[in-house]
Design a protein around this ligand. Structure first.
Ligand code: G6P
Length: 620
């Protein structure tokens, strides 16, 4: 993971770098650091958050009037080497001339390190990254080359994933960056005289819309006030593909909410409308779903005899809902695989298979590798991604962006509902094209989907009640989430949300399967969140509810509005508006998001930056 930022131009670099790091802090917050190149090369580092780095800088800031206009910075999610100041980036080369920040993992770092040590290089950190900066310096000395050439030579020897930015005291007008498997964006300042480097567009967006996303094994050299020059590792010039990228800057701020997570939960009604805009067309009597990717790839999609969904984390839960939607509306068998398992499972992929990759960031290393493999085996890759221009989006043959805006809180909320909305639209569009969905059900589902944003608003109005309810769970040690059918993946997602941000152990289970094990855990100290708002399997769920009541579990039920029967049976409940079975996840997940948020807040935890996690997992 990790986030990197760089700047070269005419403005003071430090504030740009710090602001950029804050925007990228969702990628990791084990340590932060920056290097500023003025008359001297100065490095500041701190264990912990970007705010800790700011405190370090404030103690010995750059002299007024001499603030450097070149710099690189990093916020770390530790892989090799514990979180500490000495392992914080930027790392320095032996001579102290070169310094580098890196996102990724250099897999052959141990052998490279050994070779460099034999040549007299000494290492000060436990990271794989330090090897890169030393290797670049060694290549520079060996071939008497400039920085860019040395970077290319070094990267030819490195195995693994990298997005790097390097500066060199002896070439102060230059910043060199490169990527392979980790994302890197370069913003070209309005007058082409300054350049911004970052792991995603969010630190760049307020300065320029002109962005180049580097491709794998490309090296970019930016020269202050002059040019951007991109080559492959062999040194052949490649064309920089300049894109116009629009990021809604208001989405990058708390907007008056205490945390990004709460803001993003409350964003859902609006962003889901954005997600459907232009894709659900027609008037009340003639509504249709039009997804350009389905239209353009109609023949191949209709030919699919099997669909495999690959994803991780919350996106995997959305995939489980997608399976039910696609199987119901399109009658195509669907498998849902953890991307990390899929890629090493020697998967059987036929050319007629369609592989759907679901990813908020579009950068998850395992999901990316899984689709690269499936692509090689001939499958059509369909991306359901939030990160516009991200690696997974670019690697896919076709796809539908979820368009819910940047998600900053590490616990995914609006991306999940956006993914489910896209999966619903995809199933409907494909089902209609295949003739496997009745016109009546098609129209009814679309109409109901359009009502989802206001139904979510209704649930959000109960925020205060959910906050009050949550207080009884502040000191809970375990939690069970139960649901059936479409609500089973929601149970998994509710449990994951709680684990991620409140560090309470929680399990999601299919309500009926509970009696094959987890029922043994139930006593009056075990909170059980029961999703009963599912009318197709209502009676079955009520029987499962009875099983928990008989064992004195402390039940919080998510119920359909006005369900007097369940109200009388349970300890507490949250009422949600009724909807179609297939759309229940979009409603029932909302109280679970709010519940985990309030429990984490009442435990005094950092909701947006939970320990050990990162938003974008760009390592295996
Ligand atoms: C990390 C995040 C999760 C996310 C998962 C998959 O674990 O913390 O919120 O669901 O990665 O990420 P993706 O960007 O591929 O959806």
């Amino acid at each position: 993971m990790c986030g990197i930022v760089g700047y070269i131009g005419h403005r003071e670099a430090y504030p740009i770098l710090i602001k950029g790091l804050h925007r990228l802090e969702y990628r990791g917050y084990d340590s932060a650091g920056c290097a500023l190149l003025g008359k001297e090369l100065t490095i500041y580092k701190a264990k912990g958050k970007v705010s800790d780095l700011e405190a370090v800088y404030e103690k010995s800031p750059q002299p007024a009037g001499e603030e450097p206009t070149v710099g690189i910075a990093h916020t770390r999610w530790a892989t090799h080497g514990a979180p500490s100041e000495r392992n914080a980036h930027p790392h320095l080369s032996e001579s102290g001339s070169l310094t580098l920040v890196h996102n990724g993992i250099i897999e052959n770092y141990a052998s490279l390190r050994e070779q460099l040590q034999k040549r007299g290089f000494t290492f000060k950190s436990d990271t794989d990254t330090e090897v890169l900066v030393q290797l670049i310096e060694y290549q520079k000395q060996l071939h008497q080359s400039d920085l860019a050439e040395a970077v290319r030579s070094a990267l030819k020897l490195a195995i693994g994933a990298y997005a790097i930015a390097v500066i060199d005291k002896s070439e102060p007008e230059k910043l060199v960056c490169a990527r392979k498997s980790s994302p890197l964006a370069i913003g070209i300042g309005e007058d082409d005289s300054e350049f911004f480097i970052a792991s995603d567009a969010s630190p760049i967006a307020e300065y320029t819309k002109k962005i180049v996303y580097l491709n794998d094994e490309e090296v970019a050299v930016v020269v202050r006030g002059k040019e951007l020059y991109v080559t492959n590792l062999m040194g052949d010039e490649t064309e920089a593909d300049v894109k116009e990228v629009n990021v809604d800057l208001s989405m990058l701020d708390h907007d008056g909410y205490p945390h990004f997570m709460l803001k993003e939960i409350f964003d859902q009604p609006n962003v889901l409308k954005d997600c459907m805009r232009g894709r659900i067309v027609g008037d009340d009597h003639n509504l249709k779903v039009v997804l350009s990717a389905v239209t353009q790839n109609r023949r191949q999609l209709l030919r699919a005899r099997r669909i495999v969904i690959v994803s991780c984390g919350t996106s995997w839960h959305a995939g489980l809902i997608g399976k039910q939607l696609i199987e119901h509306f399109c009658r195509i068998p669907v498998e849902v695989a953890y991307a990390s398992e899929f890629r090493y499972s020697d998967p059987v992929i036929e050319p007629d298979d369609v592989v759907i990759a679901i990813s908020q960031s579009g950068e998850t290393a395992d999901t990316l590798a899984a689709i690269q493999q499936a692509k090689q085996q001939g499958a059509l890759i369909y991306g359901i991604v939030n990160g516009v221009g991200s690696s997974i989006a670019r690697e896919s043959h076709a796809g539908t962006y979820i368009h819910v805006g940047p998600e900053i809180g590490v616990a995914s909320t609006k991306a999940f509902t956006g993914q489910v909305v896209v999966l619903t639209m995809l199933s409907l569009a494909l089902g209609m094209a295949k003739g496997t969905v009745e016109q009546e059900e098609y129209e009814e589902t679309i109409k109901e989907l359009l009502l989802i944003p206001e139904k979510i608003e209704e649930v959000l109005k109960q925020n205060d009640k959910i906050e009050r309810l949550s207080k009884q769970f502040t000191y809970a040690r375990n939690f069970l989430y139960l649901g059936r059918g479409y609500n089973y993946p929601v149970a998994l997602e509710g449990a994951l949300k709680l684990k991620e941000i409140s560090y309470i152990h929680a399990e999601g289970y299919p309500a009926a399967e509970m009696k094959h094990g987890p029922i043994a855990l139930i006593d009056n100290e075990m909170p059980v969140v029961f999703l009963t708002n599912h009318h197709r399997r209502y009676q079955k769920v009520i029987s499962n509810l009875q099983e928990v009541i008989s064992r004195h579990g402390n039940i919080l039920a998510i119920i359909n509005k006005g369900d007097e029967q369940v109200k009388k049976m349970v300890d507490s409940y949250i009422e949600v508006p009724e909807t179609l079975s297939c759309l229940t996840p979009l409603i029932s997940v909302i109280p679970l998001q709010l519940l985990s948020y309030h429990i984490a807040v009442s435990r005094g935890l950092n909701v947006d930056q939970p320990r050990n996690l990162a938003k974008s997992v760009t390592v295996e």
